[in-house]
Design a protein around this ligand. Structure first.
Ligand SMILES: C[S@@+](CC[C@H](N)C(=O)[O-])C[C@H]1O[C@@H](n2cnc3c(N)ncnc32)[C@H](O)[C@@H]1O
Ligand code: SF4
Length: 380
């Protein structure tokens, strides 16, 4: 029997001080002041319960995502990290990441999070000028962003910055300059995301009312290419569609858990997980609303609302969708259930969208630019 894959733990902290108009993550305002403490206790109990599902594993990553986990009491973060380390076998280089918004109040607590075991900060800078930040509905200005980036660099050994591009009126020249400025802030990792207008968000309603238009796809592609060129020249290699790292050690181990098809436990409201059990891959989803999640943990010992075994075909399809996002691709040996047509693969190699590699299915840089089309083509 092959050894089960290494494990990541995703902890979803759903609360935000303000809900941004573009965001469709599972986010909530705190409605009852006692709820966050109850949620932290529920997450601890959920991790205990889910450890029974995974069995013994090597733990490579703990990721506090949100929402805004930098708003949680750092002591709870410390208790959650300690629980994860106790429940599984931590790798010597365990990565513990925290997402943060760049407000001064959060930056003031970075040292406490570092003391709690966080060793990587993922800071949501989003833009470097006040007008863009106001457009994005952010609760910080550009100066606060810069202060938080510097504070993050001092408090944590590893720093990553998120940016959102393809904002109305943004030109490739202005974006290139903004990227250069962001790259100069001392981060080892940058995640520039193209603005997506998600259904049901305030931005979706604004676009429907004609307040602003989605970026023209051609301009979006130009801005994407600008991103690749500027960051490559500055030493940030694109190891995934929207992720750039200065050297291999700077890659997000947590995201690599997803893209390599390893296992992860999802704790906290709405968190997803993938756990290999008795040879099958189990897809798990936790209850979405914080109050429901807390109640479910109390009633059943885990927060899981759904647990479903993926068929070999579904598991292989997921491997294509996640594996093609990274430059390393995915081994054909993992895709046997798909019965990929060699002719179709050869055509895509011929078009320059797949690499000519007999061992691994790999998208080229051009292929990653049209990933949706490429995966649809392979999977239908
Ligand atoms: C879960 S969010 C949260 C992190 C943190 N709360 C913050 O806002 O800085 C993670 C990242 O996803 C990106 N993001 C969220 N919604 C997006 C959208 N509609 N389009 C593009 N990027 C988005 C942002 O860059 C954000 O930093
Ligand atoms: S972008 Fe971040 S701060 Fe804004 S609503 Fe989403 S999770 Fe909350």
């Amino acid at each position: 029997m092959t050894a089960p894959p290494p494990l990541g733990v995703y902890v979803h902290w759903p609360y935000c001080a303000r809900i941004c108009p573009y965001c469709d993550f599972n986010v909530h305002r705190v409605r009852r002041s006692e709820e966050p403490a109850a949620l932290a206790r529920a997450i601890l109990a959920d991790l205990e319960g889910q450890a029974a599902l995974t069995g013994p594993r090597t733990l490579v990553s703990v990721f506090f995502g949100g929402g805004t986990p930098s708003l949680m009491d750092p002591q709870w973060a410390g208790e959650i990290v300690a629980a994860a380390r106790r429940l599984w076998s931590p790798a010597a280089d365990l990565e513990v990441s925290l997402e943060a918004n760049p407000t001064d109040a959060e930056a003031d607590r970075f040292a406490a999070f570092a003391a709690a075991g966080v060793n990587r900060l993922s800071l949501g800078l989003q833009a470097l000028d006040d007008a863009s930040l106001a457009f994005l509905g952010r609760n910080h200005d550009a100066a606060a962003g810069l202060r938080a980036a510097h504070a993050g660099g001092r408090a944590f050994p590893r720093l990553s910055l998120d940016l959102i591009y393809a904002r109305p009126g943004q030109t490739p020249t202005a974006w290139a300059e903004e990227l250069r400025q962001a790259a100069g802030l001392g981060a080892e990792h940058l995640s520039p995301y193209q603005l997506t207008i998600e259904d049901g968000t305030a931005f979706d309603r604004a676009v429907r009312r004609g307040r602003f238009a989605r970026a023209d796809p051609e301009l979006g592609a130009q801005l994407y290419e600008t991103t690749q060129m500027v960051l490559e020249a500055l030493g940030f290699a694109a190891y995934e569609v929207s992720n750039h790292a200065r050297g291999e050690a700077a890659r997000s181990r947590h995201n690599l858990v997803y893209w390599r098809g390893w296992d992860y436990v999802g704790a906290g409201p709405g968190a997803h997980g993938r756990v290999t059990r008795e040879g099958a891959r189990l897809a798990t989803v936790a209850a979405t609303r914080p109050a429901d999640y807390i109640a479910r943990v109390a009633a059943t010992g885990t927060g899981l609302a759904e647990q479903q075994a993926l068929s070999p075909l579904e598991a292989a399809e997921e491997r294509v969708l996640s594996g093609l996002r990274i430059a390393d691709g995915v081994a054909y040996a993992e895709l046997a259930a798909l019965e990929l047509s060699p002719g179709r693969v050869a055509d895509l190699v011929e078009l320059g969208l797949l690499a000519d590699d007999p061992v691994r299915l790999r998208a080229t840089a051009a292929g990653r630019l049209v990933l949706d089309r490429l995966t649809a083509d392979l999977l239908t």
